[in-house]
Design a protein around this ligand. Structure first.
Ligand code: 5GP
Ligand code: MG
Ligand code: MG
Length: 179
């Protein structure tokens, strides 16, 4: 698996150290209020797990699934909610987590949905934010790392379902895409 990696962008140690800082910001903002963490599957899984363990406050975890990528490396433009039943969010203060902010469509669509469903507030956190123009006007409240506009994998992010278990964020070799 590591043979498929062209370069490591952010190594494990750097990620985990940065999460301490992000967690401090979250804790300060939520001021001791109970947090409902909502993770967007599957990419948010690893980031969410590591961040939650740095939030020593009453907290609940929910997840939801959306589709927008359909296995490739380009966004399709439509965000589809896949769950038969979405989490109960009425009156809750939410920390919405995704792996990466790219076009912004996913975060915008999910945030809007949660607000429509009666959430009191929705703060957003992403592991990565691509420096580029967004298709939607949305920025995350918490960004662990800004990266350039390239396709990355690892630490929850996949290519065709694989590489999520890499403990770092990296870029795949060109040859992987032509297999
Ligand atoms: P957006 O809706 O902001 O365009 O994209 C967000 C979703 O697209 C992320 O949750 C992630 O699943 C996927 N995505 C965007 N950029 C990348 C990337 O560089 N690598 C991977 N693996 N997924 C990405
Ligand atoms: Mg995703
Ligand atoms: Mg994906």
């Amino acid at each position: 698996m590591n043979d498929d990696i062209a370069k490591v962008l952010i190594d494990e140690e750097v990620i985990l150290r940065r999460l301490d800082t992000v967690a401090d910001k979250v804790l300060a903002d939520f001021e001791g209020n109970e947090i409902l963490v909502v993770g967007i599957l599957t990419g948010a899984l690893v980031f969410m797990a590591d961040l939650c363990r740095r939030l020593p406050v009453p907290l609940q975890i929910e997840t939801l699934s959306v589709a927008s990528y359909h296995g490739g490396t380009e966004s399709s433009g439509v965000v589809e909610f896949l769950d038969a039943k979405l989490p109960e969010v009425k009156g809750r203060k939410i920390l919405l987590i995704d792996d990466i902010l790219d076009t912004g469509r996913t975060l915008k669509a999910v945030k809007d949905k949660l607000m429509t469903m009666g959430a009191t507030s929705v703060k957003t956190g992403v592991l990565l934010s691509k420096e580029k123009e967004r298709a939607e006007e949305v920025e995350a409240d918490y960004v662990a790392f800004e990266i350039g506009d390239e396709f990355v994998v690892g630490y929850g992010l996949d290519y065709q379902g694989r590489y999520r278990n890499l403990p770092f964020v990296g870029v795949l070799k060109e040859e992987v895409y032509s297999r």
